[in-house]
Design a protein around this ligand. Structure first.
Ligand code: G4P
Length: 272
């Protein structure tokens, strides 16, 4: 971890602005615990990516929350290239003074350089590809920065480091682990899928009973999360011979539909 931090800090010295990517559904759980220390005074833009999967009202509340903390943020959907213009505009704004300073020193045409950092699966490679308008291969997922960095032109005089700084999440926090598992950031390692589905049902109902009721046409009032999973299984015909519900099969259905946004645009964390 120390080595990773050092190598990312080295790369940070090369750039004017850093794009910190998080998952808009879990903006706190998907950030690195040491992020403020790592970024230091470097101008930063908080990229709330996957905003297409998150609740639109809460997207705005999160933006407001970060803006109030003095961290400008942008709502992005890297798959569909949404929010890129706002990223460019903010980057210009944040580097205006520096560019003016360079001009007074007679330095013209020095590119604005940026890099992307964030924990795995928040959409760093997708964002690199959409900013650089390429259909590139997926970059590695090991913390750190791959050797042999290259700069890619993304807009006018803006250049992006083509490999992201890959950070680690807050491992030791159980709720963070659960949120990462639910959003698919850690591939079903933490909990088995059955338990994950029960936890998801519990979480969704604590936010709004409407999600599961509307999606699966069931009543959730007064039922345990476990019973709700069984009921969804019956509705979906996830039945094994003998008429019992195939708990793992229905668990997979619920988790998959949540991750793909089919149950709704749902944000699992709220500001404050
Ligand atoms: P990373 O480099 O930070 O590790 O993330 P990456 O770009 O590989 O993206 C992880 C998954 O998230 C990919 O799905 C990608 O398509 C999806 N993704 C990235 N940005 C967005 C976004 O703004 N909106 C939505 N809806 N999805 C986004 P995947 O290829 O299916 O991978 P996986 O889910 O099977 O891991």
């Amino acid at each position: 971890m120390k080595k990773t931090k050092e190598s990312i800090k080295k790369n940070l010295m090369l750039v004017d602005v850093v794009y910190e990517v998080v998952d808009a559904r879990i903006p706190i759980s998907s950030q690195n615990p040491d992020i403020d220390d790592i970024i230091g005074e470097k101008p930063r833009i908080k990229i709330l990516n996957k905003s297409d999967l998150a609740d639109s009202r809460l997207n705005e509340e999160w933006q407001e929350y970060f803006n109030k903390k003095g961290i400008p943020s942008v709502l992005v959907d890297a798959v569909h290239n949404r929010g890129l213009r706002e990223i460019y505009e903010l980057t210009y704004e944040l580097t205006e003074e520096k560019r003016k300073r360079l001009l007074t020193k007679g330095i013209k045409n020095r590119p604005i350089r940026v890099m992307i950092i964030g924990i795995p699966n928040v959409g760093k490679s997708t964002l690199i590809n959409s900013l650089s308008k390429r259909k590139g291969a997926k970059v590695g997922n090991k913390p750190g920065v791959t050797k042999g960095n290259q700069w890619v032109k993304i807009k006018g005089d803006m250049e992006l480091l083509d490999t992201p700084g890959i950070l680690w999440p807050k491992f030791e926090d159980k709720n963070v682990g659960l949120n990462l598992a639910l959003t698919g950031a850690i591939k079903d390692e933490i909990l088995d899928i059955d338990t994950l589905a029960v936890k998801l049902v519990e979480k969704l109902n604590s936010i709004s009973k409407d999600y599961l009721e509307n999606r699966y046409g069931i009543e959730v009032e007064g039922k345990t999360p476990h019973d709700i999973v069984i009921e969804i299984g019956k509705k979906r015909g996830a039945i094994v011979s003998g008429g019992e519900v195939d708990f793992t099969r229905v668990s997979n259905i619920i988790i998959d539909e949540f991750r793909r946004g089919i149950i709704g645009r749902i944000t699992l964390e709220r500001p404050y």
